[in-house]
Design a protein around this ligand. Structure first.
Ligand SMILES: Nc1ncnc2c1ncn2[C@@H]1O[C@H](COP(=O)(O)OP(=O)(O)O)[C@@H](O)[C@H]1O
Ligand SMILES: [Mg+2]
Length: 357
């Protein structure tokens, strides 16, 4: 599955822009600020309808405009599929082959993407929220129902918090409503926790071997930390009951998958605290390579790989290790300011798109 054509309207610095005849391997060449990352971002946006650069998606809208459109043509075994995402301040609309999709879940992940970008180091260095967002996007690419479940869970937490605050002020309110809501939280929380556990286990099947390609004799795995880990629905419900008094006093839901986190354990140590930036970058690369292998081996899907400025960050030996670990069937987009940063063999086999101011 390849992106063969890309059309942008009011997306970042592009007012109207078209790229046609995209190939298996594409290098996007241009000086800083010419819009290389924005092209990768638009390919990501066309799949996930989100940006990887910010928690708000409307930032992609060109300044002083009120909408953006990304149109993608996909070649799926010689069959053409046309995709379109339109975003305004009020929301998003998606189309497949001209037909409006009622739900985002009917659109998302028509093609899969993996972004390799220096910013992704935030998955290690950033907040638990950064990591939860990351894993949510990963799982939603594999499971259509995940995001709906997560949204429903978050609505429950919001309602529960409001009620807890009311209870604190009005001691006469009863706990029956909390019982009902906690029951639902146990059900959904159990499911979401299982999905996350399962996903991280799958990545863990690959990640240590990927890291060993960069650092021999190293070990790496992702450790999932969740209040609900290892508990069934009933035990979760009992846990919620146990913390209820405290929750009424604090006015917030104190346990649940909305507080989940995960950590990278490199050579038995927490990578966030103990690893150099260099190792942290290799950990992120190993995770991305694992995601690719997971999609290929477990799902038979070849994701589109977006390699942003990666080659300015890696020496040629590690570049080649990364590329050797990709499949010939992965469509690849590489950005660079200088072709000399990239191994000649790759340059010679690529379609080169040059951006100008
Ligand atoms: N919403 C926006 N509207 C208009 N221009 C934008 C917007 N967001 C970013 N830009 C501009 O787009 C340009 C291209 O950015 P980028 O794609 O990151 O370039 P590159 O990756 O080639 O360095 C930058 O000059 C940036 O200021
Ligand atoms: Mg860039």
């Amino acid at each position: 599955m390849n992106v063969t054509k890309l059309e942008l309207i009011n997306f970042r610095n592009y007012e109207k822009y078209k790229l046609e005849n995209l190939k298996q391997k594409n290098i996007i060449l241009g000086d800083n600020g010419t819009g290389k990352t924005s092209i990768l971002e638009s390919i990501y946006f066309g799949s996930i309808t989100k940006t990887f650069k910010s928690s708000s998606d409307s930032v992609v809208i060109k300044k002083e405009k009120d909408f953006s459109v990304v149109k993608i043509e996909l070649d799926i075994n010689n069959k053409l599929k046309k995709l379109e995402v339109r975003i305004t301040e009020n929301g998003k609309k998606t189309k497949i082959n001209g037909k409006l999709k009622k739900r985002l879940s009917d659109y998302i992940s028509t093609y899969k993407v993996i972004i390799f970008s220096p910013d992704e180091i935030k998955v290690i260095k950033g907040t638990p929220q950064n990591r939860r967002n990351y894993i949510n996007i990963q799982i939603s690419q594999l499971n259509k129902y995940y995001i709906t479940k997560l949204n429903n869970y978050n609505t429950l937490i919001k309602n529960k918090n409001e009620y807890l605050k009311k209870m604190y002020l009005n001691k006469n309110l009863d706990e029956i409503y909390l019982d009902i809501i906690d029951k639902k939280i146990s059900e959904l929380g159990f499911e979401i926790c299982s999905y996350r556990n399962e996903y991280l286990n799958k990545i863990n099947n690959y990640i240590s071997n990927k890291m060993k390609k960069f650092k021999e004799n190293s070990s790496l795995f992702i450790k999932y930390n969740s209040d609900f880990d290892g508990l069934d629905e009933e035990k979760i419900f009992r846990l919620l009951k146990k913390v209820r008094k405290k929750e009424i006093i604090m006015g917030v839901s104190s346990v649940g998958i909305h507080r989940d986190d995960f950590e990278f354990i490199y050579n038995n140590q927490n990578a966030k605290e103990f690893c150099s930036q260099g190792i942290q970058k290799l950990i992120i690369l190993s995770m991305k390579l694992s995601e690719n292998e997971l999609l290929i081996k477990d799902y038979g899907i070849y994701p589109i790989l977006l390699l942003d400025d990666l080659f300015s960050e890696l020496d040629k030996t590690n570049q080649n290790k990364v590329l050797k670990n990709l499949s010939k069937q992965n469509q690849i987009f590489i950005t660079t300011t200088d072709l000399n940063n990239i191994d000649k063999k790759i340059v010679n086999n690529s379609n080169i798109l040059t951006l100008k101011d």
